[in-house]
Design a protein around this ligand. Structure first.
Ligand SMILES: NC(=O)C[C@H](N)C(=O)O
Length: 334
């Protein structure tokens, strides 16, 4: 058994500096000590992805570097990606879309408190992630955090301070480690990208996709200026099941013109738990009628990463909008 750990940064390996927490801990040394005397000792290799970053600085280009690193490693039986928590949910969704054909586990984790500090969750999270990756029971992308294993394309960061930082609001856990493993269900899968046997997905590129929330009193002029110049797509966080202020004069027309100009408008929800159906209320139906597409039960993170994935594959306009409803990697309930 060989597990490859890809270390990208995050609080887990940070130390206090005069500027605040920043990468600087001896992660390799700490991991060697952590694994000493366990079944995994000598079976784990660490690759440090320089420069180490706070995950607020992650872009789709780092998503792709992680994908490339995993793809070029035929030797490892599984992977653990050490990542900052702030954008971990975006990265785990992005890896899920790009690695549907991998058939080896990729477990993403990190910590809320730096390794070696009092009550740090680093030891438990990394040991659990390594156990999940070497269990033989997982073959897809998942997140392990605070004794829970979650579908990679389903997670959201639910707390900035609690050690239970991640949840998957629309689907149950995959497994719980408390303290022995209880495997609760098989991961949701999707149809993957392209035809079976076709070439691998094109690499992630940076994309121009604004994500914004509707708020009570949102004006049409503000919406119009937010959409200039025209982006590649829009991810709109509407109210509830996908409702917007349809009585605001001109607001729907702005979105209609945006869609007519070839810019897909994807409607997600501001609710923590959501299944978007813009057809349900009159206050949403007008959106659907002008061609906006609902993100169904995808998280905002999964929807954003999916739009970037589809743009990177060269899809635009209506074709991209059609793929929003296709389950690629278990990101939505089909
Ligand atoms: N807990 C963390 O890892 C937060 C950190 N700011 C990061 O996302 O890199």
């Amino acid at each position: 058994m060989r597990i490859s750990v890809l270390y990208t940064g995050g609080t887990i390996g940070m130390v206090e500096t005069p500027q605040g927490l920043a990468p600087g801990a001896d992660l390799q040394g700490w991991l060697t000590d952590l694994l000493a005397g366990t079944d995994l000792a000598g079976q784990v290799a660490v690759t440090t992805m320089e420069p180490l970053v706070d995950s607020s600085n992650v872009t789709p280009l780092l998503w792709q570097r992680i994908v490339d690193q995993i793809r070029r490693d035929d030797e490892s039986d599984g992977f653990v990606v050490l990542h900052g928590t702030d954008t971990m949910a975006y990265t785990s969704a992005a890896l899920s879309y790009a690695l549907t054909d991998l058939d080896r586990p990729v477990v993403v984790t990190g910590s809320q408190l730096p390794l070696g500090t009092p009550n740090s969750d680093a030891d438990a999270n990394v040991m659990g992630a390594l156990e999940a990756a070497s269990s033989g029971r997982l073959h897809s992308v998942a997140v392990f955090f605070d004794h829970e294993l979650l579908d990679g394309a389903r997670v959201t960061k639910a707390s900035s301070y609690d050690l239970r930082a991640f949840t998957s609001p629309n689907v149950p856990l995959l497994a719980r480690q408390s303290p022995t493993w209880q495997w609760l269900r098989t991961p949701q899968s999707g149809q993957g990208w392209g035809e079976p046997g076709s070439s691998r997905p094109a690499p992630y590129r940076r994309c121009d996709v604004p994500v914004f929330s509707m708020v009570p009193g949102m004006g049409t002029d503000r919406l119009t200026s937010m959409l200039r110049p025209l982006p590649q797509a829009v991810l709109l966080r509407a109210f509830g099941v996908g409702n917007v202020p349809t009585e605001e004069p001109g607001l729907i027309t702005v979105l209609e013109r945006t869609i007519a100009a070839g810019v897909p408008v994807v409607v997600a929800s501001q609710c923590y738990q959501a299944d978007v159906d813009p057809n349900r209320y009159a206050a949403g139906r007008e959106l659907a009628e002008v061609g906006a597409v609902g993100a169904r039960d995808m998280t905002v993170e999964a929807a954003y990463a999916k739009i970037c994935f589809l743009i990177s594959q060269g899809l635009r306009g209506g074709e991209l909008a059609r793929w929003i409803g296709v389950n690629i990697a278990g990101e939505l309930t089909s």
